[in-house]
Design a binder for this molecule. Structure first.
Ligand code: SAM
Length: 272
């Protein structure tokens, strides 16, 4: 097996890191792709790059073709029964997983028919020890490959050319949740984490054109700021993603604020 392409400079051995939560660090991620360059650049930048240089994650990107068949390292073939496009063969995937898979591994297949990826799944994956993500190309995979997969994930109802971008979406969402990746307060207050969209945010200048920053945010009154943010998070969720409120257990404070929001919205439906 040839060396995997490192997404960035990573330690060759897992760095022993004392976990601050139940998460065991570093998380290891192996990505199987025919286009390693599509992953290496994005994974070396910003939060994914920082997470790796801090030893919180080890990411290895492998060229699947090294497990390809014959002189040309073939990984795909025509579909039985006829039809357009090629399908990925099972043998190279089986050979790669034979090398990479461990008892604690979770093997993920990006697939338009998979579970729709969301924040709860990202949180779940951030607590796992070893992820292997297979990035299909062409028309997808031979059906028998699914028997080697633990989890199929879709990133939405549209078709991309391959699994690399979905893999990046999943890896990025997971990495930023690792303890120490970013300010814990940021992830705690983000959209979806608490089941609501995030409240509106402002920075300088205090007045831009005719739009002023809400006075409460510059009042220095932390309790009032917290209440305003919660109320505006409820308002934004009600306006844009009301289905998120269905089935969510509201606290007494949230219920009271939601009643206020609903009555304000029905009195003034055009605003905002
Ligand atoms: C061109 S697509 C194949 C689509 C397949 N023929 C179908 O109709 O479902 C190639 C690969 O890109 C990935 N892919 C494309 N869109 C995706 C999505 N919305 N979510 C997850 N993976 C996707 C999958 O791995 C898929 O096998």
């Amino acid at each position: 097996m040839s060396d995997p392409v490192d997404a960035t400079v990573v330690p060759s051995e897992p760095v022993p890191t004392e976990p601050t939560t139940a998460v065991r660090l570093p998380i290891e991620i192996d990505v199987l792709t025919l286009f390693p360059g599509m992953l290496c650049g994005p994974l070396a930048e910003s939060i994914p790059g920082r997470v790796q240089s801090r030893g919180l994650a080890i990411i290895r990107v492998h060229d699947l073709r090294q497990w390809g068949l014959g002189r040309h390292n073939t990984v795909d073939d025509y579909t039985y029964g006829g039809g357009a496009g090629m399908v990925m063969r099972p043998e190279p995937v089986a050979a790669a997983l034979n090398v990479l898979r461990r008892p604690e591994s979770t093997v993920i297949l990006p697939d338009p028919g998979g579970e729709v990826f969301g924040q709860a799944r990202a949180q779940d994956l951030a607590g796992r020890h070893h992820l292997i993500i297979l990035c299909p190309r062409y028309e997808g995979v031979d059906e028998r490959i699914r028997s080697m997969i633990d989890l199929e994930l879709s990133i939405g109802d549209y078709i991309l050319s391959g699994g690399e971008i979905p893999a990046l979406v999943v890896v990025d969402a997971v990495l930023r949740l690792l303890p120490g990746a970013i300010d814990a307060e940021s992830t705690a207050e983000e959209s979806f984490t608490g089941g609501l969209l995030e409240y509106p945010q402002y920075t300088r200048p205090p007045v831009f054109g005719e739009m002023a920053v809400p006075a409460v945010l510059t009042s220095g009154h932390h309790g009032a700021v917290r209440m305003w943010r919660l109320k505006e998070a409820l308002r934004r969720t009600l306006r844009r993603r009301p289905e998120l409120l269905n089935g969510r257990t509201l606290t007494r404070e949230e219920s009271k604020l939601l009643v206020e929001v609903r009555s304000e919205e029905s009195a003034n439906p055009e605003s905002g």
